[in-house]
Design a protein around this ligand. Structure first.
Ligand SMILES: [Cu+2]
Length: 209
């Protein structure tokens, strides 16, 4: 026993966290005898590190599930692609009608036609299509605010912008064509509307398939 106590103390010194927690609850210094029992039983009580462990992975899975369950384009359908081009629609409810675009690998260039099917003017509900790495979307949109409506809310001469259309209002159409090789690097890539506030919801994935 005499040898064990120093060992315990040493163990406690090493495992500061465990022992610190045990000693803390045994607050009253007056109840020294109680302390000893507390220390003895406490490790056993703390041992149920199992429940925290059990919850931790659960929380982790939930965390990873959420982004996976919320892809860039939400649950919107994939765009219809033909002849190395597609047409997507934006509306007055701040929505694109598609959530993803798959570009055929046989295409060397790809065209996105944007049709604003709403009626609101460009200053109030303008839409464009910007293609970039998903990781650059927010920074591009922030920088684009300075460009204003006349600058299509796209930062000028910004290498992060792979392609973009002009900004259009209700009833208008626009389009942009870009080399497919531009989205064959280190993605993932997205298309989004850079109108202030729209980029958070008006977006989807674009990839070469
Ligand atoms: Cu928009």
């Amino acid at each position: 026993m005499k040898t064990r106590l120093p060992l315990l103390a040493a163990a406690c010194a090493l495992a500061l966290a465990a022992c610190g927690n045990d000693t803390a609850p045994a607050t009253p210094d007056t109840t020294t005898p109680a302390d000893t029992t507390a220390v003895d039983t406490a490790p056993v009580d703390t041992a149920p590190a199992t429940p925290p462990d059990a919850t931790a992975p659960a929380a982790d899975t939930a965390a990873t599930d959420t982004p996976a369950a919320a892809p860039a384009g939400g649950d919107k359908p994939a765009a219809t692609v033909a002849n190395c081009s597609t047409e997507i629609e934006g509306n007055d409810a701040m929505q694109f009608n598609v959530g993803s675009i798959t570009v055929p690998s046989s295409c060397t260039e790809f065209t996105i036609n944007l049709k604003h099917v709403g009626q609101m003017p460009v200053a109030a509900m303008g839409h464009n299509v910007v293609v970039s790495k998903a990781a650059d979307r927010e920074a591009i949109a922030s920088a684009g605010m300075a460009a204003g409506v006349d600058g299509d809310y796209v930062p000028a001469d910004d290498a992060r912008v792979i392609a973009h259309t002009e900004l259009v209002g209700g009833g208008e159409t626009t389009s942009v064509t870009f080399p497919v090789s531009a989205i064959q690097g280190d993605g993932p890539y997205e298309f989004f509307c850079s109108f202030p506030g729209h980029w958070a919801v008006m977006r989807g994935s674009i990839a070469v398939g």
